[in-house]
Design a protein around this ligand. Sequence first.
Ligand SMILES: [Zn+2]
Length: 404
Amino acid sequence: MVTAATKSLPERAAQLAAQPPVRRALDWLEQNTDWVTEQHIRIVEIPAPTFQEAERGRYLAGLLAACGIQVHTDAVGNVIGERPGQSEEIVLLTAHLDTVFDEIHEIRVQQKGGRLYAPGITDNGTGLATLVAVARALHEAGVRTGRSVVFAANVGEEGEGNLLGMRQLVQTYRPRLHAVISIDGAATDHIISKALASKRLELSVRGPGGHSWSDFGLPNPIHALARGVARFVRVPVPEQPRTSINVGEIRGGTSVNSIPAHASVKVDIRSESPAEIERLERALREAIQAGVAEEMAQARVKEVRLTIEVRELGVRPGGELPEDSPLLAAVRSADQFLGNRSRLERSSTDANVPLALGIPAVTLGGGGQGGGAHSLQEWYDPTDRARGLQRVLLTLLLMTGVLP
Ligand SMILES: [Zn+2]
């Protein structure tokens, strides 16, 4: 195995890139960005909302199998291909399959100017295309690695997936897991090495419901929830530590002239500080309770009570990669070799799961530029994507080591 750790940073990536198989892999990526973009479009045109990733997963399985990798699908739907190295230890390279677009069943990528437009084109079409490109480059160039590489297109990263696929991967591979590189979105200007903790809750209010005219005076769950939400969104949110709240979904009722029997909200709370998440969760519960109490106090019918139910939709743990981590050194070495500048960032990604367990992990962009993630105007510009592909490849190989 290559004892890269003793070399200075820029030297390590340069020495690695000077090995003929690695040079061939880097060149392959440079010369085949059109093929990568073509695959990128095909992947994105297969809809894959969270919990419905199977068809897109099968397409990814085919692409990985074409690189001579044995591919299987695990119990939760992760598509996994292990590329054996000299040692049993694993570096996991992974990208999530799912998108946030539940209601979209047909996707056509539109090309305008240099940009590609489609929901999910960047998040995470770019990550999946990068996963496939790196697998293909290693195959075409005949690179043999020290540690083994596990390629995984994982399920359930977004929203209520709650990092399902990543949790399963870490559970399966933990004893052999040396490091995790997750690819999510575009760009090469950042290294996500800090996990942003978050909590997602659903609060439901229930009552008997009735007719809007003849039963007027009954407490109304939507009125109660609206009162509660209005209180919650007035709670101060600090700028430091950076913190956010979002009421992302509100549901309830059956018709305009019925007092609803049910109303619910889904709320996302994120912070650099776990204490802030706790504080805001308490504030949310208190606000909804106060809204319900106010609605019942004002209702003419006093003997009817509304009930509140709180359900946890997801908890994403926090964690950080230490400044002296070899994985961080590997990304920085790749950056220096490629003349790329990047900064450390905190975000909520698949890397949360390993980082919370103390397993080295980063999330990188796949290169090119993108914008409008989680919106119908999402776009991707593949210009200069080779740099992003090469950055991921070099980081991976610095972590696996390469056999001559
Ligand atoms: Zn994503």
